[in-house]
Ligand binder design. Sequence first.
Ligand code: UDP
Ligand code: MG
Length: 312
Amino acid sequence: MDVSVVVPLYNEEESLPELCAWINKVAAANNYTYEIVLVDDGSTDGSWKVIEQLSENNAHIKGIKFQRNYGKSAALNEGFRVVTGEVVITMDADLQDSPDEIPPLREMVLAGNYDLVSGWKKKRHDPIGKTIPSKFFNWVTKKTTGIRLHDFNCGLKAYRLNVVKNIEVYGEMHRYIPVIAKWSGFKKIGEKVVEHRARKYGTSKFGIERFIKGFLDLASILFVGKFGKRPMHFFGSWGTLSFIFGFTVFVYLTISKFFFDKSGLTQRPLFFFAILAMIIGTQLFLTGFIAELITRNSPNRNQYLVEKKMRC
Ligand code: UDP
Ligand code: MG
């Protein structure tokens, strides 16, 4: 199959017929063998009814419906489990992404041998309260991960099939899929400027809390990517550092008490500082042990992505 289009959606009944008709038109014009996987993320409007109707009239259209709203990441992840196309395209249901971008994205993945090509909404049609924080996020993500993209959270992306089969998008990590892909070992990540349109029907499904969650998710993803398989290296080094620091100060205070400054130890603010540093250090160290125990027992503790093999 040439291309699979995965569309996560939550209460988008008005947009779906238009979106599917447009994708069908593009696929027919390019002679693609294709599928459209509509993942209904627990919609409470008539979205699923619309999907059933669309699917009855067109065998290329497939649907999955969640029992409740789990979030865009979960919907994408579920869609990724069933797709079979050589190239997998994700796009939002709200017609903000244009299906006309499918052929050039697919071309770019195949011709450029890319693992992932992310859309870049260079000219955005979103309120300013969204575009400015988003600029900041993209800048921080670029700096901290070293991935040179302008628009990490663009809904329109193209993947090689084995990429989506080997990454896990959970929580609200759909904002950082390129980061997840990179940590999984998919290095060839590209970018293409795509057309972005104003939302035609309905309203945005993400509120202001997106920024707080976005920040926390970035912190977790950086941590898991770097120390997920060896948490003790993080907690242990900071814990040891903190403990040694506190202990040194403590030794200094003790010596100075006996030889120079005969006033009480507890009179000196530095004393509390030393105790605090030792307690925090010990706690970090113990957290490291617990984290190691947890990772040792995780089912994928020894799973690695093998790129190539010879004679085995
Ligand atoms: N979406 C989803 N589950 C959710 C929230 C959103 O599947 O819990 C879908 C939504 O229907 C749309 C896409 O994710 O297809 C992007 O959402 P939206 O357009 O509201 O985000 P924005 O464009 O405002 O960033
Ligand atoms: Mg949108």
